[in-house]
Write a protein that binds this ligand. Sequence first.
Ligand code: SF4
Ligand code: SF4
Length: 399
Amino acid sequence: MRFDLPRQRFYFAGYELGISEFSILFFTLLFLLFVIVAVALIYGRIYCGYLCPQTIFSEAAQWWEARVTRFVKMRWAGSAASVLTTRERIISLAGVFVASVFLAFIFISYFVEPGDLFQRLISLDVQTTGGVAGLVVTLFTFLDFAFVRQTFCTTVCPYGYLQGMLVDKNSLLVHYRDEHHSCIECKKCVRVCPMEIDIRDSPKQMECVHCGECIDACGEVLGRLGRPTLIHYAWGETGAVMGNKSEKWYQRMGFRDTKRVALLFVLLFYFTGLMTALSMRHTVLVQFRADRGQHLYKIDEHGLVVNTYKAKMSNRGAEPSGVSFRIEGLPGAVIEPAGAVLVDAGAVVEQDVQVLMAPGSRQDVTHVKITARAMPGRSEIAFATTFLSPPAAGKGTGK
Ligand code: SF4
Ligand code: SF4
């Protein structure tokens, strides 16, 4: 999914859409909103722990810092502690800065075409909007991953607050259970926690991002004593431990009450709406109407009856398109232009379309179907309209 603001395009699941294609945008945004709500309600902060870029890159920055510290201590062994610290900071911050430029580029590419953005980057453009945006995002990214890191999750992150509001008695939690007092107080679960909390205090600590590091740490320590971990993913404070085979499959997936089933139906509704809107979309949108402004019909110099129609073609794709017309319901009629009308990518073309027919015993009003076919892709849009002829006596002027 990507917005291209300069070109007013919106890319979703391989489709290129105009910003104005409201129904698709509407269903996309509503569907994504309910996905966020459903994931937060059912699986708690699992997104924070496993998918959130803030968590992933904060942990990556910590990993990088630890590697740099080790490298500097080995490379300059014997140097004064202050010298080592300075070198560690310089190398570590330089690495985070390079990563920040890269991440800022990826982020702004969601809004500006990547080739264009790359040109601005290599020319160190800080004058255009895209260039200034790149500089500001790079700076914020650098400060974030160099200094703020997981503090962001517990102070300003809106998703963390949203999750706090949505959680209920069946939401997934990281839960410490020690009915038999098996904890050996090794505190490894505390040491590995990236949020620096003790999960044994409460499963509802706002800082917990459900990363599961403490679960693995406890399992590893107690495993050496032949005991199972005391920390688990569990469905609420009193609910079953996740993965309990004695439960039904839908309970194991987190659908444990009617609220969650209702949410699933809401999601299906918006997903169906989105798929329907996408399937009905035409890359080249054609609007078509009969032109009855000055004449209902005309008689040309060859004595043919001529009806004029107005076609407006908007090409919302990335390739040029040829639009051709055909008529059904009027045998012997000729339609002009006979060939395809070229519509460049992103262009809007207005074209007069004429249907010519020899006068005869035909009725005054004939209901016809005119079909516009866009190539490549062969998508067709049909229009029901009328072809008007002189009255039976042949005296009409069409005015
Ligand atoms: S308490 Fe456990 S699951 Fe929660 S953030 Fe710390 S390590 Fe991750
Ligand atoms: S890792 Fe397990 S055994 Fe060690 S302090 Fe934490 S809960 Fe207790």
